[in-house]
Design a protein around this ligand. Sequence first.
Ligand code: FE2
Length: 189
Amino acid sequence: MDQALDRFIAGAQAVIEAHEEAAERVTLIAPLMRRLLESDKSFLKPHHLRSNPEHYERNAIHISDNGDLSLYALVWLPGQWTPVHDHGCWGVVGIVEGLLEERAFIATDGEITSHDGIELRRGGVILLNPGSVTSFVPNPDHIHMTGVSEECTGCVSLHLYGRNMNSFHVYDVAAGTRRLIDVPHQENR
Ligand SMILES: [Fe+2]
């Protein structure tokens, strides 16, 4: 593995081993993400930068053997967005290139405990430049949609999650429902 990436993964693992609380983990891993973004980023190989005209692409960079950590490069073409979703875990996100937009959604009655009767209000928006780092923690889960506007160029972002991110809840805001879906990704090859 690349030296900067190796250092980042080892640092994140050390934080996880030393700290139980999600907020403490993201607080300590955010500077590590920033340092990774300040590296020469030679760990990003062509297969990590694949895009897909149909949808934003998730390219796996590292998935830990015990499933407690996963890192992806997400490649966004103009106008590509996630659905409204949550994560079920903590995460730290860093921007490699382009401008990533995040739109927040807030559950009006706090933590969501069922798959229907969910009232979401739209919250604020964050615009993330290259070098920016953001994070989230669960319970109540962080609900948002993320993407790149039609007017912008594409974007590449790094997403570290506190689990193997192979599924998440997708919300139908108008219907007030959510469902768990499997999230595909391109393997590390
Ligand atoms: Fe997300």
